[in-house]
Ligand binder design. Structure first.
Ligand code: NAD
Ligand code: IPM
Ligand code: MN
Length: 347
């Protein structure tokens, strides 16, 4: 099996290095091939997603991705900015289904931004649509209005095929969990969301064993803090899923803990932490690598057909935390490398 390793910018290379060490330690004979992406690729190759990097991603059986984003690049024209690399990979590879699990670690309930008795109950899966919505809708741009004012505009759009496809992923994910699916939208205001809700209800006819509920996104943001344990599986659009997953991470304890899988229709996947390149702590060896290590576990489970190895990694991470090992985001003082060492020891 060939794994494309795309470390990217900021803390990306720091956290990816630990995940690769963990995968190597499993002795599965995986082959790793690395390529530049994001600001790092722009600086060396002139483009955030060079053709060789995209070709490697296509060729590989799975992709391990760090993060992209570099303040030096924020003034570039948008098509050359680091973030276009991850957006381009998702679109080019058809990675429409983004799984973002958030589950409490018993030892971390005091680190949660919530009261421990509320934090303890979190065990949810956000199924985020990843190749549509206002992220990719056209027209979009900047212009000057007739009144001479600068204007920016984007288009939120989904077609029914895109909604039905991610709804099925949501229902099938719920079937493997506690069989409860909450679809999150903003149908009281948005036409896109009205279509979303109508199509999710239509698709639900094929999944009578799953209990479907609907929630408006503003209420969902509130309920995620009030009683996150009430959620099982969530299905939502690209933008709402992006925001709610960062929020869910702090309910668990840190954004440095949440992994993700971005899957196509055939099980090929890109695996990455939900966090970004964290320029504020990059280069200091302070980043929490657990989200990326847990993303490697998701890779084994979803793309490499090795649930046993995935379980081993997840157990080693839980044990690392149970033993009190913590990076700064969790109130500790261990380095990225030291946490990697502790996970390897627990493996
Ligand atoms: P961010 O997730 O990079 O950081 C937010 C905060 O969380 C920062 O204080 C950071 O230090 C902290 N943090 C993040 N990951 C951490 C970790 N593993 N351990 C400890 N602390 C961690 O979000 P941001 O600051 O809004 O964005 C920074 C850059 O990252 C931007 O350029 C953005 O576009 C990019 N970004 C990329 C991705 C991606 O590649 N998929 C995801 C999100 C943001
Ligand atoms: C994420 C990030 C990306 C997104 C950005 C960097 C394009 O925030 O992966 O969560 O918005 O999807
Ligand atoms: Mn995000």
């Amino acid at each position: 099996m060939l794994i494309a390793v795309l470390p990217g910018d900021g803390i990306g290379p720091e956290v990816v290095a630990e995940a690769v060490r963990v995968l190597e330690a499993l002795g599965l004979g995986l082959r790793f091939e690395e390529a530049p992406v994001g600001g790092a690729a722009y600086k060396t190759k002139g483009h955030p997603l060079p053709p060789e990097t995209l070709a490697l991603a296509r060729r590989a059986d799975a992709i391990l991705f760090g993060a992209v984003g570099d303040p030096d690049c924020d003034a570039l024209e948008r098509s050359l900015r680091p973030e276009q690399a991850i957006l381009g990979l998702r679109k080019e590879l058809g990675l429409f289904a983004n799984l973002r699990p958030a589950k409490a670690f018993a030892e971390l309930v005091d680190e949660s931004a919530l009261k421990p008795e509320i934090a303890r109950s979190i065990d949810l899966m956000i199924v985020r649509e990843l190749t549509g919505d206002v992220y990719f809708g056209t027209p979009r741009g900047r212009r000057t209005t007739d009144a001479g004012l600068r204007e920016g505009y984007d288009t939120m759009r989904y077609d029914e095929g895109e909604v039905a496809r991610i709804a099925r992923t949501g229902f099938e994910t719920a079937q493997r969990r506690r069989k409860r699916l909450c679809s999150i939208d903003k149908m009281n205001v948005l036409e896109t969301s009205q279509l979303w809700r109508d199509v999710v209800i239509e698709v639900s006819a094929d999944y009578p064993d799953v209990e479907l509920t609907h929630m408006l996104v503003d209420n969902a943001a509130m309920q995620l803090v009030r009683n996150p344990g009430a959620f099982d599986t969530i299905v939502t659009g690209n933008l709402f899923g992006d925001i709610l997953s960062d929020q869910a991470s702090m309910c668990v304890g840190s954004i440095g803990l949440l992994p993700s899988a971005a899957l196509d229709a055939n099980g090929k996947g890109l695996y990455e932490p939900i966090h970004g390149s964290a320029p504020d702590i990059a280069g200091q060896g302070k980043a929490n690598p657990l989200a990326t290590i847990l993303s490697a576990a998701m890779m084994l489970r979803y793309s490499l057909g090795n649930a046993e190895a995935a379980d081993r990694i997840e157990a080693a991470v839980a044990r690392t935390l149970a033993e009190g090992a913590r990076t700064a985001d969790l109130g500790g003082s261990l380095s990225t490398r030291e946490i990697g060492d502790r996970v390897l020891a627990c493996l």
